[in-house]
Design a protein. Structure first.
Length: 610
């Protein structure tokens, strides 16, 4: 007979085997890794009975959600989070209230439960799965897109909403009059705990990580990262709040830290493993007996509540000025139940608000809705106005890796790539536009589909082999994100960067990129030179004029870098060039850069007659 430790060993082995087999298989079939993990859990638990205590695994694996929220927080600077405040407390609050009220009313109207149990059920089903939604958004590279940000804002408010919903359970439960509760005391504890996390994150964490980094002990840095995440999560749990919320706050506070990328790299493996375990635990927790006994009611309830939820989210998103496509995407990302529903229904059953059988049915309904989420996302694509499958190309980096890696293949990048290829250099080009990739392939270009802001994409594309990374993306926000990440992760690589404008140039130079060029600067100089020549200025003099403008611009940039944008304006006019139409440039004109400014200003402007 196996000991308890032996049982745990074989259970862990079974879970790992299930993940290794199911996740790649379902990914290959186009169904996504989430559904693969669910299927593995269902097979290992309810069907094969290799693991019988799915609830215990589910409780432990919720660390995956905690790590996920910490990583998301690292990518959200406080200023960026502030811009989402209307979506969080406007659209998010409206979604929970309207959806919860409609589902509660429907349950009461059908006389399925008393109003107290119906209220908990309706609002419990109004919550969505942060883990499922964010995992799929990350897999699709859509977390920073408008619908991804809106989805995240709604999910964040739902995580906040679990606190008052759990507080409602003892109030609504039978005998609640005798239930001792101190809501003011709990509120004060929550405020103190949140304040403690903010204070520690702002004043202690950066010195701590700086001290550990100076020791060179990488394993201690990993231990410190885990301690910060789990410590913040535990503190918030003590305050009666969500563990995931504590991890998220810690991540946001570290979003502007110079150790952000190091922390993300340290936490990422744990996040992936525990999140996969969480999805398998959901499959393990399915009670097949309850499903078989009530399969008709469950199969009816799942599409009904998902349809109501999707409709409410779509209408509210449109009211909050999201366009049709973004509203559709958000609506079909968030119709499923969530992991907090498990907690709420279990608490309601323990308080006597509903029977254990009813709670099991609700858990089954929630789990099946989560399992149906990949199908929901696929269905939502059919309602988009533009059915162009522009993001359906797989990331395949077979054969990638060269001395030059180019990120972005718009007009600027295409011209630069032609010069590099003509010079005999191999170039690995990454672009996130499937349409651009298909168009370029017709002309013999091999471009790899991928999001250049993701470290794993750059790794797969062979960034460690590259001597130069050319960042030719056309949005300066994207460019800055890529530059920041590469400088932190690959400091020895030379960065050649396409600059958006003068201010962007100054910021890139301040970051110490190896070379940058404003996207319109050189073309404007060539354009002006050709116009001068057409007006009768000789080629030599036109060239001298362009060189003078280029030098004055460079001098002005140096002054602005040191003194601010207002510096260097006098350089625009202090050294005027005096053209001599139809006459070969004099030696004096050819030496214009060496003549003192005051000597030039003293000379009269020549005319053709002179």
């Amino acid at each position: 007979m196996l000991s308890q430790s032996g049982n745990l060993y074989y259970q862990a082995l079974a879970l790992l085997a299930g993940a290794i087999i199911a996740a790649p298989l379902f990914k290959r079939l186009g169904l996504g890794t989430v559904l693969g993990y669910l299927a593995a859990g269902l097979l290992i638990g309810p069907l094969a009975n290799l693991i019988t205590d799915g609830e215990q695994v589910l409780h432990f694996s919720e660390l995956g959600v905690v790590f996920l929220l910490f990583v998301i927080g690292l990518e959200l600077k406080p200023s960026r989070l502030w811009t989402l405040r209307h979506a969080i407390f406007g659209l998010g609050a409206a979604q929970v209230i309207v959806t919860g009220a409609l589902l509660t009313g429907l349950i009461v109207a059908l006389a399925l439960m008393n109003w107290q149990a119906a209220l908990i059920t309706g609002f419990g089903l109004a919550l969505s799965s942060t883990a499922f939604a964010m995992q799929i958004l990350e897999e699709r590279g859509e977390t920073t897109m408008p619908h991804g940000q809106t989805s995240f804002a709604i999910l964040l408010f739902q995580d906040l909403a679990i606190v008052p919903l759990l507080a409602m359970v003892p109030v609504l439960a039978p005998g609640s009059a005798t239930h001792e509760a101190d809501p003011l005391g709990k509120f004060l504890i929550a405020v103190i705990c949140v304040g403690a996390i903010i204070a520690v994150g702002r004043y202690l964490l950066n010195p701590l990580f700086r001290f550990i980094a100076n020791t060179g002990a990488r394993e201690v840095m990993i231990a410190a990262a885990l301690f910060v995440v789990l410590g913040a999560a535990t503190l918030m749990q003590f305050a009666g709040l969500s563990m995931a919320m504590g991890a998220f706050i810690a991540g946001v506070l570290l979003a502007e830290s110079s150790y952000r990328h190091e922390l993300e790299a340290d936490i990422e493996p744990f996040r992936g493993v525990f999140l996969g375990l969480f999805f398998m635990a959901v499959g393990l927790s399915l009670d097949l007996d309850v499903i078989l006994q009530n399969w008709q009611a469950i199969l009816l309830a799942v599409p009904v509540f998902m349809a109501i939820k999707a409709l409410v989210v779509y209408l509210l998103a449109r009211i909050f000025r999201n366009n049709h496509n973004d509203a559709i995407r958000v609506a079909f990302f968030l119709p499923q139940g969530g992991e907090f529903g498990f907690v709420l229904f279990s608490a309601a059953a323990a308080a006597g608000l509903m029977t254990g059988s009813a709670a099991s049915e609700l858990v089954a309904v929630t789990t099946l809705s989560m399992a149906a989420m990949p199908l929901s996302v696929a269905l939502g694509n059919r309602f988009l106005v533009d059915h162009n499958k522009k993001d359906e190309i797989d990331e395949d980096f077979d054969g990638a890796g060269a001395d030059v890696m180019m990120i972005g293949f718009s007009r600027y990048g295409q011209i630069a790539a032609q010069i590099l290829l003509a010079g005999g250099s191999d170039v690995t080009v990454i672009d996130a536009s499937a349409d651009r990739i298909r168009a370029a392939s017709k002309f013999g270009f091999r471009i790899y589909f991928g999001d250049g802001t993701r470290k794993e994409v750059l790794e797969a594309a062979g960034i460690r082999r590259a001597k130069i990374v050319a960042v030719t993306t056309h949005k300066k926000e994207t460019t800055n994100q890529i530059v920041e990440m590469i400088q932190a992760e690959y400091p020895d690589i030379k960065l050649f960067v396409r600059s958006y404008d003068r201010v962007h140039t100054l910021k890139l130079r301040a970051r110490g990129v190896h070379y940058e060029l404003r996207e319109t600067f050189e073309s404007g100089l060539v354009f002006g030179r050709r116009a001068l020549e057409e007006l009768g200025v000789s080629e030599d003099l036109a060239y001298e004029i362009v060189q003078d403008i280029r030098q004055r611009d460079e001098d002005r940039l140096h002054l602005q870098a040191a003194e601010g944008l207002s510096a260097g304006n006098d350089l625009l006019l202090t050294r005027p060039v005096t053209p001599e139409p139809l006459v070969k440039p004099t030696r004096e004109a050819q030496r214009i850069d060496t003549v003192p400014d005051e000597e030039i200003d003293a000379k009269p402007v020549p005319t053709p007659a002179e």
